[in-house]
Structures are given as C-alpha cells and as structure tokens.
Design a protein around this ligand. Structure first.
Ligand code: G4P
Length: 534
C-alpha cells in the first residue's frame, strides 16, 4: 500500500465533497429523459447548443449516445457519466438507459447516485417503468426530485398528477413550482417559495436559453402576461396548495419520503434552469457508504467501487472500461491501490472521464465522481479498489430474469470468440448466463425483456465477429437453490449460474409452486442469497 502522492489538506477535501452532486434520471421511455439531459448540459455549459455534439440532419443523436445500435434504434442503451459545473457545484449526471429492457444496467447505475430525478410525462403521469425504477431508489433510500415534463402539450390536471405520485409511489409530493396553463396555453410556472412568476417564451426547438421575466402573484401585470383567466386560476390554485398540501421538508426529502415537484417543458427550455438552480441547493452531497468494515465516510482515505463494465465503447479505443464511483478520499491518477477482492496491487494510470467519443484524462477525483478505468480484466461489478486492503461492499443488486433463450453458434469454428463475447457481455449485465452442467448444450441466456437478446446478438456480431441464432424458450422463472448442501446437490437439475451456483428454470409460477410443495427441504430463491464477492 502506498500513501497518496500528494496528501490533500482535509479542508480542501471537505469542500470538494460538499460541492459534489451526483444523480441519475429515472423515467419511462419517451418521458423526455434524453431531452432533459441535453438541456441540463446546455445550462451547465457543457455543450453550446442542445444536440450540437453529434447533431446530424434527420437523425436523433445526443451527446450521450455513442453506439451504432443505439443510433439505429434511437434509444439509449449504454450509460455514461456527464459532468458540469453549475453555481460552484460539481454536478455528475449518470445517464441511465431508458428502455424498459435494460433494467439491470440501470439498477446498477443507481447504486452510484446520491439522488435521482424522476421525469414524468405530464399527459401520462406515473408509468410502469417509472414505478420499477422508483422502487429501486426507494430501496436505497435516496432522495428523489420530480420534474413533470411536456407541459406545452395538453396535460393531466396538476393536482391529479401529484395525487398519482402519492398514491402509486407512496411518497409525499410537494410542488415547488406550479404550472400556469398547459398545452398551447402554457405560460410558465409560479415559484411557490419565492412567490415569483416565471414567464417563458417559446423558442425555436428550444435551442437557446429561454428569456425569463418575473413578477409577483399580485402584480397587475400578471393578467397581461398570462391572461386574466389563467391569472385567476393560478391565484385559486396557490391558495389551495398553501392551505391543503404538505409543505416542503428537507429532512423528509433526504430520507426519501417526500419529493419536491417541478413543472416545465424540456424541449422548450421551460423550467429547466429553475430546476437546476433548486437541484444544486436541495440535492445532497456524497454521504457514507455501507461496507464490510462499517460505514465508509467520504472523508476517509481513497476508495472506490466498480458499478459498471463496458466493452468496446468506441471504435477508436477498442478496450474495456470499468466505471468507478469514488466512495471516499482524493483520487489521483497514477496512484497505487489494492483491488480488494483479489488483493492485487494496481496503479491507476489509465483513468479518464467519458463524454461520448471524447476522452479526457482525469488527474484528480473526489467522492461522488465517476472515473473510467481501463479494465485489465480483473474488475467485476461491485469490486472495491482502495488504499485500505480489506475494504469490500457487502452486496450489489441483481435482478431476476423473466425471459430465457438458447443460443447456437452458426460457425462452430468461432467457439473461442463466442465464449469471450459471452463472458464479457454477461459481465456487463447485457444478459445473464446459465450453464447446463452436463456440458452437452449451449448456455441459456436470461433477461428481463427480449430486446436484451437482440442487443446481445448484435453486439456479438459487431464486436466479436460471431453470428448466433437465438430461440426464446418457454421458461419464465429462475430460482437459486438453497438449503442443506447434500439435499441441494441431490435435487439440482444440472443448471448453474456463471458463479457455479445451482439454479432451476421453471415454465410457470404454477410449476414453481408445485416443485416447492414436493420439495419442502429446498429453498427456491429469486436471487442468490450470498452476493458478497469474497
Ligand atoms: P426519453 O429519453 O425519456 O425516451 O425521451 P426523449 O427525450 O427522447 O423524448 C421523447 C420525445 O418527447 C421526443 O420526441 C422529444 O422531442 C419529445 N419531448 C421531450 N420533451 C418534450 C417537451 O417538453 N415537450 C414536447 N412537446 N415534447 C417533448 P420524438 O418525436 O421522439 O423525437 P424528436 O424528433 O422530437 O427528437
């Protein structure tokens, strides 16, 4: 173990930690996550004009899309970490894939976030994918902010939207802004705390900062600005909100039981800057992390954990990247650390941040920051690298696959490349792999949704030059077997996961229940009991 090359005065470390804000966006596909990401980067000064980084006529690209399959489909599959400075804060935005099939990746990314922004479509309210992702955030007890988007389109009543959030998600929703009209009549938002009306003008596709004027609720110009009817409705609404709704409480927000709600239209830049301004004030800086040695405070000596692996991200850099979130202390490029699962010493000289195809070398990083490390093949999800050789994370989330496929190689001569692709893509969480132990057949792939299989197939072909055929099977459930070791090995039906743990696949929950009744001596677990990487 080597001491950091340049020990940092603790006051400087404290202030770097205090100004960090690391968050992720959760939403149902199409609610506007990509657009909001782009606009946040625009206001954060990371890009000059929304969509400018990879803009091409007729196609939809954003700064955070990079893989060709994403471009073909216009969906975001990979995650990236985007960074910008705003009002003296250092903001890290973890870009989570929006498609409902990519949940495992998203779940993992959320483990690296200190807060989450939930984006809802004003016309649709809470949708299925929002519910799933929200549940993960709730599990982790991270604070959640809510942005209700697309107010420029006909929207549900704002009181109804709040009620939906409260009823479906079981969290108190407290508006900090209130919309004035919706659809073609959307005039802006009222800042309830400051008592200001923010009037926005439509701009051409929202490419430039929207002008902003303010005036009070009792300002006679209000009627002129938004029209007499909307002004009267706003006054009524505000009375109702002040009288009947719960008030914002920072402690409840930090405990994850109350969400502050903002309204706007990302596409037209309505409400984004205002949101960002509030976000950096409300959202928490990095806190302690639960480890095998107790809570790790961010001020402790350097440590970080790997939350995501990605292979072959860009054609220029054909390598594998491990994303590390700094848990504690000051990270310096070139520092000597321990990979605590294997005890191996590493020198972290190949560190970079990622912004689409561009890479910048990282010299320093602090708790909450995301650093891309070139993966020499040792990293697994949940691994810790640290100055402290014994530090580990107790567990890391996985999800239970719900659909299963078999694969067969078109060209058996490609077996080696196939196995490499299979292992690496499974490590990234593209799919989960289950191996028949008799070795006679090809493995089963497990996923939450079938699109994951398509991605797997496309990436195998593109990145490893291997063509496979895939067949969706009738299996719907996988259970990890637990109980007395002798009983389990007598019962085990020749399938195991990539760590050699015995599992069983079932065609229906009826099948599972029946087997469970027949074999009370065996436990059938939806996830492996022991996720520790020791
Ligand atoms: P996602 O990442 O959550 O899937 O959503 P994304 O930002 O891609 O937005 C989905 C669609 O909604 C896009 O339209 C986007 O332009 C549109 N959108 C986003 N914010 C707003 C908003 O505030 N108001 C309105 N009216 N639309 C919004 P698209 O037709 O799929 O793509 P595009 O051709 O517009 O780029």
């Amino acid at each position: 173990m080597t001491a950091p090359q340049h020990p940092m005065p603790s006051a400087q470390l404290d202030s770097e930690i205090a100004r960090r804000r690391t968050f992720a966006i959760i939403s149902h596909p199409d609610a506007g996550k990509t657009t909001i990401t782009e606009k946040l980067l625009l206001y954060g000064g990371a890009i000059q004009e929304a969509g400018s980084v990879t803009a091409r006529e007729g196609t939809r690209h954003t700064a955070s899309d990079w893989m060709s399959i994403e471009q073909q489909r216009g969906i975001s599959i990979s995650s990236s970490a985007l960074t910008f400075e705003y009002q003296g804060r250092h903001v890290n935005l973890l870009d989570t894939p929006g498609h409902q099939d990519f949940s495992e990746d998203t779940y993992r990314t959320l483990t690296a976030a200190d807060s989450a922004l939930m984006v809802l479509d004003a016309a649709r309210g809470v949708q299925t994918q929002t519910e799933k992702l929200f549940a993960v955030c709730r599990n982790r007890e991270i604070p959640i902010l809510t942005f209700i988007n697309k107010m420029d389109r006909p929207a549900l009543d704002p009181f109804e939207l709040l009620a939906q959030v409260e009823e479906t998600l079981g969290i108190v929703a407290v508006p900090l802004t209130w919309p004035i009209g919706d659809g073609p009549d959307f005039k802006g938002v009222y800042d309830l705390a400051r008592g200001e009306v923010l009037v926005f003008e439509r701009t051409a596709r929202g490419k430039h900062r929207a002008p902003m004027q303010t005036s009070g609720l009792s300002d006679p110009r209000l009627g002129e600005l938004v029209g007499a009817d909307l002004a009267a409705k706003l006054q009524q609404d505000v009375e109702l909100i002040t009288g009947a709704l719960e008030h914002f409480d920072q402690d409840k927000f930090l405990a994850g039981t109350l969400t502050p709600v903002f309204f706007g239209s990302a596409m037209n830049n309505f409400g984004i800057e205002h949101f960002l301004h509030n976000f950096v004030e409300l959202a928490p800086p990095p806190g302690p992390v639960e480890t095998n040695l107790g809570e790790r405070q961010p001020t402790a000596p350097f440590s970080g954990f790997i939350f995501k692996l990605q292979a072959n991200m860009s054609k220029q850099h054909r390598d594998r990247t491990a994303y590390m979130r700094v848990m504690s202390g000051h990270f310096e490029r070139g520092m000597d650390v321990t990979h605590t699962r294997t005890g191996r010493k590493l020198r972290l000289s190949q560190a970079h941040t990622l912004f689409a195809q561009d890479r910048e070398k990282v010299e320093d990083a602090y708790p909450g920051d995301i650093v891309g490390l070139v993966n020499p093949g040792v990293f697994q999800i949940g691994d810790v690298i640290s100055l402290d050789t014994k530090l580990q994370l107790p567990s890391f989330p996985r999800f239970t696959p719900e659909t299963f496929a078999t694969i067969s190689l078109r060209d058996v001569g490609k077996r080696k490349a196939f196995m490499k692709g299979l292992t690496q893509l499974a490590e990234e969480g593209v799919v989960q792999v289950f191996y028949p132990t008799d070795g006679a057949r090809d493995p089963y792939l497990g996923a939450v949704g079938p699109l994951q299989f398509e991605v797997f197939q496309a990436r195998l072909a593109e990145e490893y030059g291997v063509e496979v055929e895939m067949h969706i099977t009738g299996y719907q459930l996988v259970r990890w077997l637990a109980g007395d070791a002798g009983e389990v090995s007598r019962f085990a039906r020749h399938v195991e996961d990539d760590q050699g743990r015995p599992v069983m696949l079932f065609r229906s929950s009826y099948d599972l229940d029946y087997t469970r009744e027949q074999h009370p001596e065996i436990e059938f677990l939806p996830l492996p009991r022991d996720l520790t990487k020791v």
